[in-house]
Design a protein around this ligand. Structure first.
Ligand SMILES: Cc1cc2nc3c(=O)[nH]c(=O)nc-3n(C[C@H](O)[C@H](O)[C@H](O)COP(=O)(O)O)c2cc1C
Ligand SMILES: CC(C)CC(=O)C(=O)O
Length: 356
């Protein structure tokens, strides 16, 4: 099934309130649509007579040496999509060799997520996403939990000092998870009730100093997610980040920022190869992956497409999404005369209408 067919199937299957929770963005959803439009505007200028019969599309990422170039971005509450929840996503990602970023707002505890991934592959890469908690000792408890579970990296999301205003959720009055669902990693921690949608506790005034504590407290690599400004990318390197994820949270936080793709080149330039740069937001086809890699990303994340695959067909649906994207990307790389991801370079991306 194509990604579009999986999306349509998910829309038919899901409670419309849950569909809108995933599909929606903040405010007027300007950024939500800008993320996809930014890819639509980008075209590839292939090189010819330089390809190879076989290609290596693996990416070297923190805690995942030979990973698929597409990773599963952290998204909350997978059990809203399918009763198998994060377990199904984890098995699918591991089977496809893709990093899964599970997170604080998962409806399955992190140790069970890693155990599920290990059912599908001997050495899966599961990263754990967290927010800086108002109480540093709670942040540390989550870090230790992820370490014990066997996660291979941490992702600290820094674009959420306040919770985004999701127009569709506000319209539906969707504030509580259905009975039986909870943010399992928060269950025995102080703070919000784990069944509340918007009350995953996050520090309202986190600083780079607070971020810098995390790489100091753990041997795991720590990536920072939600960077758009190149100056912040430099600060991330200075404060011990092992990777930067260029992201506007899928258009769910500030509705006046640029498309994530449009922020990527300046961030990649600022980081200058010192640590990997990833991006997410609006990736919907293999050629989008090629564009992002050409503009400086080591890998891309996908959020909503994975949720649609999960809703449409559980583990098999997520596998279909990841396999389709990887196969389309490999095909595009071949058509662009590339053998490795690094063969895609910035001069090979042009904006529609600007080449003649
Ligand atoms: C339903 C949903 C839940 C999300 N939950 C989280 C989260 O808990 N933590 C986080 O850092 N990002 C979260 N995100 C943002 C994603 O990690 C990612 O940045 C975004 O979905 C990428 O855009 P895409 O959906 O266009 O691929 C969420 C996104 C969606 C759609
Ligand atoms: C529970 C939230 C923290 C999940 C989130 O980041 C989102 O819905 O965008």
């Amino acid at each position: 099934m194509t990604l579009r067919a999986l999306h349509d199937a998910a829309r038919r299957t899901l409670d419309p309130v849950h569909y809108d929770y995933v599909a929606g963005g903040a405010a007027e959803e300007r950024v939500l649509s800008a993320n996809e439009r930014a890819f639509d505007r980008c075209l590839l200028l292939p090189r010819v007579l330089c390809g190879s019969e076989t290609r290596d599309t693996t990416a070297c990422l923190p805690g995942a040496q030979r990973a698929a170039p597409v990773i599963v971005a952290p998204t909350a509450f997978h059990r809203l999509m399918h009763p198998d929840g994060e377990g199904a996503t984890a098995r699918a990602a591991a089977a496809e060799g893709a990093v899964l970023v599970t997170g604080t707002a998962a409806t399955t505890a992190v140790d069970a997520v890693v155990a599920a991934a290990r059912e599908a592959a001997p050495d899966p890469a599961v990263w754990f996403q967290l927010y800086l908690h108002p109480r540093a000792e709670v942040t540390e408890t989550l870090v230790r939990r992820a370490e014990r579970a066997g996660c291979t990296a941490l992702v600290v999301t820094v674009d959420s000092a306040v919770f985004g205003r999701h127009t569709r959720d506000l319209r539906h009055g969707f504030t509580e998870l259905p009975p039986g669902h909870a943010a399992e990693n928060m269950r025995d921690l102080p703070g919000a009730p784990p069944g509340s949608l918007t009350d995953i506790p996050m520090s309202a005034a986190p600083t780079w100093r607070d971020f810098g504590e995390i790489p100091r407290m753990t041997a795991l690599p720590v990536l920072v997610k939600g960077v758009l400004h190149p100056a912040d990318a430099r600060l991330a390197v200075e404060h011990g980040a092992s990777g930067v994820i260029v992201s506007n949270h899928g258009g769910r936080q500030c509705d006046a920022v640029p498309a994530a793709l449009d922020c990527l080149p300046a961030v990649a330039e600022a980081v200058a190869g010192r640590i990997p740069v990833l991006m997410d937001g609006g990736v919907r086809r293999g050629s989008d992956i090629a564009v992002a890699l050409a503009l400086g990303a080591t890998a891309v994340g996908v959020g909503r497409p994975v949720m649609w695959g999960l809703a449409a067909d559980g583990e098999a649906g997520v596998r279909a999404v990841l396999a389709t994207l990887r196969d389309e990307y490999d095909h595009t790389l071949a058509l662009c005369g590339g053998r490795h991801n690094a063969d895609l370079t910035r001069d090979m991306v042009v904006r529609g209408g600007e080449t003649w």
